[in-house]
Design a protein around this ligand. Sequence first.
Ligand SMILES: *Cc1c(COP(=O)(O)O)cnc(C)c1O
Length: 393
Amino acid sequence: MAIKSFHPPQRILMGPGPSDVSPRVLGAMARPTLGHLDPVFVAMMDEMKELLKYAFQTKNELTMPVSAPGSAGMETCFVNLVEPGDKVIVCQNGVFGGRMKENVERCGGVAVMVQDEWGRAVDPQKVEDALKANPDTKVVAFVHAETSTGAQSDAKTLVALAHKYNCLAIVDAVTSLGGTPVKVDEWDIDAIYSGTQKCLSCTPGLSPVSFNARAQEKIKNRKTKVQSWFMDLNLVMGYWGAATKRAYHHTAPINALYGLHEALVMLQEEGLENSWARHQKNHLALRAGLEAMGLKFVVPEAERLPQLNAITIPDGVDDGAVRTALLNDYQLEIGAGLGVMAGKVWRFGLMGYASNPRNVLVCLGALDDVLGRAKAPIQRGVAVAAAQKVLAG
Ligand SMILES: *Cc1c(COP(=O)(O)O)cnc(C)c1O
């Protein structure tokens, strides 16, 4: 039988990403493909850099999207800033800190791990203790918004600590950018990477990054070549640098970049502060509904991410069966637990375009039905009303 065109169903994406993509972004991506050195396209790239500077709240010239997903943004930061033998303090409070360790070691660096409980923020005191015990440390790396658990760490404090001990700070803002405050210049972040498929309402596959003067200085003074040709910023800048000397490095993902451009225009139209407030309000509404049902959050209130809500699965409830019923009966995707939390938690994402009242109410109504049918020990018929009360307030 001949394979025909692929037509995906219309789902509601309320997991840890990808999240719902705005129709405006999908529309932009269907526009005519240009050559990657076409002057019209190059002008769009210049706008993109300005839009990204706004999203990151920075004046850094070295701000652009890496042509690959968030993991490649992570790798771009590490391969450029870590040389063989460099000691790097890596904070781990979930899955993604473990990936940072992998990156450090593959660059020939030495990772000093600062471990925190999964579901908690990074403890600055532990980081300071590690910095005192390892005075030869060059870089401190941490995840601002740990998507595997829903915990948010205090980026401003951690970056200040890194600088107090003459280290650079690498920050993972894949899930935070657009959803919760990220202030690159005010917090003096040296290197930061994000992703397009979490709170930016865009498709997966691109990774915005930004580097300040301190980070660029370190890259300029490297003793060794960056081992990745593709991610070597010295080469990438030949393409993304000043408009006059754009040279071929790789073929940019043209239409994907149209999508990100549109997503960032939407963010600018809404305003960053309004976007953060929207994520917070929808989180509070979802939370009111989940708690009215009797479900419990994993992360203590003060350390919670509004865009990623991790809930403990009630005793005796079949994790997989519930998620399958939500998908089949309601076209609703939620996230399973990751790593040590597999089978123990559900992760409800309210990211970017997906952070809206309709999703909150549909999700709570669907969960009420599916958990009720599964005979889970929950309070029935109260979640939607509890959320509506918050949304109306
Ligand atoms: C999703 C995510 C990544 C990886 O991004 P990809 O686009 O999946 O490569 C890295 N860090 C965090 C915190 C994430 O949530």
